[in-house]
Design a protein around this ligand. Structure first.
Ligand code: SF4
Length: 354
């Protein structure tokens, strides 16, 4: 069945090279094919007019073009847009297009960031997250992750400059599809996005962190910490009961010792859960040990969950305390607060008819 054929945009250079070798084709053909797929962005093998008809047929018998359908696009002023994609099996996946913030001098940068999903739902069940509420349905394929970027470029009519794997799912739990996707995204004859413009985020999946350390490119790394003691993390992030801070922090230390990019600790501020002075001191101590940056994100309310956002004054005080400790810290209000942009919320709303 044609639907079982691999999607050409999910094939890495080395997979294509092996395929061509196996079929006795010269390596020069690889460059031509990649040029049609990634530079000229054709949608059929017939359009690859500098290939012989026999090679075009060979490709069509072994691969296919497929781009999942965008079924909903939601936006708000400021330019953030969220879109929902329907996969071939009917599963829904969401992605968020985020334009660069306006600089202090009033100049608007044209750079665009895309927040990508890596799984349909998520098995990790963080208590504050809409994606975790429905559990894991399945991993996204390499082509489905790449497909989100191609759709975003079409919607924005602009190339994507930065990628953050912070949408639905735990990306490192889908390493078998994530790492080939990273190869395609960073390839010169692929999407050509520099590794330093890509951030992988994890909730604390320690085996995946070890794999990421071995990945040779200089990817940015963010850890969804959200609690700086086992007590808090156990309460809101079940992953911590399997890989507590005694295992997570040394794994992060390995990342730092391997000379990788400075990690970022993501910390959603939730009222009366992780916003006490002790929580702040615990966070400072981990950030100091890892020489990490801290990103504070006041909580986005999720319908059906009991958590709330601390007052603005309280968030500012928490931020100031970290700053006084000479830790690099920023406070980031989610731009999508009023378009259900906390991860998984758009899909959840659609599936539950909210
Ligand atoms: S925050 Fe991330 S890891 Fe946790 S449940 Fe949501 S998608 Fe999964």
């Amino acid at each position: 069945m044609a639907n079982d054929l691999p999607v050409i945009t999910g094939i890495t250079e080395s997979e294509l090279s092996n395929f061509l070798k196996e079929h006795g084709q010269s390596s020069f053909r690889q460059k031509q094919i990649l040029d049609w797929v990634w530079r000229k962005r054709v949608q059929t093998f017939d359009e690859m007019t500098n290939l012989s008809p026999a090679l075009r047929s060979l490709l069509a018998e072994n691969f296919r073009f497929y781009q999942p359908e965008v079924i909903e696009l939601t936006g708000l002023k400021g330019g953030t847009r969220k879109f929902l994609t329907k996969m071939e099996d009917g599963n829904l996946v969401e992605s968020v297009i985020i334009p660069a913030a306006r600089a202090e001098d009033g100049e608007q940068s044209s750079r665009i960031t895309l927040c990508v999903s890596s799984q349909v739902g998520c098995a990790f069940g963080c208590k504050f997250c809409a994606s975790g509420l429905l559990g894991l349905t399945r991993n996204l394929t390499t082509a489905e992750m790449i497909g989100q970027i191609l759709s975003a470029e079409k919607i924005a009519n602009h190339r994507i400059d930065n990628l953050v794997f912070m949408g639905m799912g735990e990306p490192l739990a889908n390493g078998k599809n994530l790492f080939p996707a990273l190869d395609i995204i960073t390839a010169h004859m692929g999407l050509g996005i520099g590794a330093r413009h890509i951030t992988i985020s994890t909730s604390g999946f320690v085996p995946g962190i070890k794999q990421l350390i071995d990945y040779p490119k200089q990817i940015q790394f963010a850890i969804s910490l959200h609690g700086a003691s086992n007590k808090v993390r156990n309460e809101i992030m079940p992953v911590n009961t399997k890989w507590p801070l005694e295992e997570l922090v040394p794994a992060l230390q390995e990342w730092v010792d391997a000379g990788k990019q400075k990690p970022t600790l993501e910390y959603i501020l939730i009222k009366d859960v992780n916003d006490s002075p002790k929580d702040c001191q615990d966070l400072i101590s981990i950030a100091r040990k890892l020489n990490a940056k801290v990103n504070l994100i006041p909580y986005n309310t999720v319908k059906g969950l009991q958590w709330t956002r601390p007052s603005e004054e309280h968030c500012k005080q928490f931020c100031k305390t970290i700053n006084y400790a000479r830790i690099q810290v920023t406070m980031r209000y989610e731009k999508g607060h009023d378009i259900n942009a906390a991860c998984g919320q758009l899909r959840l709303r659609k599936e539950q008819g909210i």
